[in-house]
Design a protein around this ligand. Structure first.
Ligand SMILES: [Cu+2]
Length: 112
């Protein structure tokens, strides 16, 4: 009896895992930001990873491009761009949020 219980519990676990991975639709995107230094990199990467639906974020300081992996069933590319602007940075054609920008350390502001 116990064996059957454990077996069915395991099956259920596997099934839910498979369903979960099927429901996820992983997309990749590259977004141009206005990051200037390592601190910006950290802020953007950490800030993005906190957003639901974003799987990974990696910014290249030299190109200012952040590569994002996200679950497109949970978040859209535009919402990710908006998330970046709320951190105080431009994202492609979207302008940074002025309030968030003001809170950035001086070295992270483009116009000093
Ligand atoms: Cu910076």
């Amino acid at each position: 009896m116990m064996k059957i219980f454990i077996l069915s519990a395991m099956l259920l676990l596997i099934l839910s895992f498979v369903l979960k991975s099927q429901n996820q639709d992983v997309s990749r995107a590259e977004i141009k930001t206005s990051a200037v230094c390592e601190m910006c990199k950290e802020r953007i990467e950490k800030g993005l990873k906190k957003i639901e639906g974003i799987i990974s974020a990696s910014l290249n300081v030299e190109t200012k491009i952040v590569s994002v992996e996200f679950d497109s069933t949970k978040i859209t590319l535009d919402e990710i761009r908006k998330g970046i602007t709320k951190l105080g940075y431009d994202a492609d054609d979207l302008k940074r949020d002025p309030k968030a920008y003001k809170k950035l350390p001086k070295c992270c502001r483009i116009d000093g």
